[in-house]
Ligand binder design. Structure first.
Ligand SMILES: *Cc1c(COP(=O)(O)O)cnc(C)c1O
Length: 383
């Protein structure tokens, strides 16, 4: 059955298609071409970052970050369990171990008050995730990291154009990672970026992204041949994708603003249900300027969520849940003892994401919110 209102729909907002045509006509369709350069300089200027490198995904940016942190077997990295698998996989691929810390009930981000107790002599880094574009408590986290000599990597996959105390998310830690996956605010199908906030990582990042070679130095005449100088992989996206991405980036503010409109409308329409204690709505921290990446509600329990998903689906509306917490996943159970993370377990059973994308109309938002209201008025899970 095709649903009337999908959960996500990719959008074209500006010059994406003509830029892709230009990339093809220009003859440079592999990585690191003219559109890649333009998109990287755009991101550097927009967010005041020393160096940005486009990658094939946020997953690859996280893998590069784990390599730049020099993670090795036996090392530990502190992170939330309530996140996408790529945050942890980047660490596991280096033979290091994710150490999961519980999340806060309000922001659903890593609980900064629990981080220090998880630090051991093997801890090398903290990987934070800005869930739904809402900022982690970065001041506290950076202070803990500096005290213990740890690196901080921001998984800002959902957080482009979100701020924390006047700074952009992704630019506060030593390294930051964006995603341009189809489901994110700014998208080119599959894509990502590594934000290099500490200049000492720039040269090695270039090598890692270019299959472990010093090709960039060769192209700029710094060396007379290029060769294998380090580990690395193929992390540079095609310039055709960078072209599409640049077309979206040029409308960054407009995209964020429209999502903000959708967010406010959902909130207004669902506030009465929240006031009645039927559902929870997203928390907004005072220090955070949010990019409205998602709109989620919290149901009373998993049975109610399952019933609501079915109810919305019968009305032609796609609503989805996530994440199956990583600490309870089959892979993690094989590599480490399972920690107790009560908030993570609770939220993962009750969180439901409503349709949220640039082209979603006000009428569609009214429709979705109307169906959620109807479900509860009809008596909740018995509906
Ligand atoms: C989407 C997402 C990723 C992965 O991004 P890709 O670009 O699809 O690799 C990683 N972490 C978080 C928190 C995400 O939401």
């Amino acid at each position: 059955m095709t649903l009337r209102i999908p959960f996500n729909r990719p959008c074209v907002v500006g010059s994406e298609m003509s830029y892709v045509a230009d990339a093809v006509a220009g003859g440079h369709t592999s990585g690191n071409g003219p559109f890649t350069q333009r998109a990287e300089r755009f991101l550097e200027a927009q967010f005041g970052v020393g160096r940005v490198q486009l990658t094939t995904s946020c997953t690859s940016a996280l893998e590069m970050a784990a390599q730049l942190c020099d993670l090795a077997p036996g090392d530990e990295v502190i992170m939330p369990s309530y996140t996408f698998v790529s945050t942890a996989n980047a660490v596991a691929l280096r033979g290091a171990r994710p150490v999961f810390v519980d999340i806060r009930k309000d922001t659903l981000n890593i609980d900064e008050t629990l981080i220090e107790a998880a630090v051991t002599p093997r801890t090398r880094a903290i990987f934070v995730v800005h869930y739904a574009g809402q900022a982690c408590e970065m001041d506290t986290i950076m202070a803990i990291a500096r005290r213990h000599g740890l690196l901080v990597v921001e998984d800002a996959a959902q957080a482009i154009q979100s701020g924390y105390k006047g700074r952009w998310l992704g630019t506060i830690g030593d390294l930051g990672c964006y995603s341009f996956h189809e489901t994110k605010n700014i998208a080119c199908g599959e894509g990502g970026a590594l934000l290099i906030n500490d200049a000492r990582f720039v040269a090695r990042a270039e090598v890692l992204r270019d299959k472990g070679t010093n090709r960039r130095q060769f192209q700029s005449g710094e060396v007379d041949k290029y060769t294998w100088v380090d580990i690395g992989s193929s992390y540079a996206p095609s310039d055709m994708l960078a072209a599409f991405l640049l077309g979206q980036l040029e409308h960054l503010e407009r995209i964020t603003a429209r999502r903000g409109g959708i967010h406010r409308r959902y909130r207004e329409l669902l506030q009465p249900l929240a006031d009645a204690g039927a559902i929870g709505l997203p928390h907004v921290a005072p220090d955070c300027a949010i990019n409205h990446h998602m709109f989620h509600i919290l149901t009373a329990d998993i049975e109610e969520r399952t019933a609501l998903i079915a109810y919305l689906s019968r009305a032609g509306i796609a609503a989805v849940f996530h994440y199956v917490p990583l600490h309870s996943s089959p892979y993690f159970r094989r590599i480490a003892p399972v920690p107790e993370l009560p908030v993570t377990d609770d939220i993962s059973r009750r969180l439901l994401r409503l349709p949220m994308f640039f082209d979603l109309t006000d009428a569609e938002v009214d429709d979705v919110a109307g169906c959620v209201n109807e479900y509860y008025c009809a008596g909740g899970r018995r509906a």
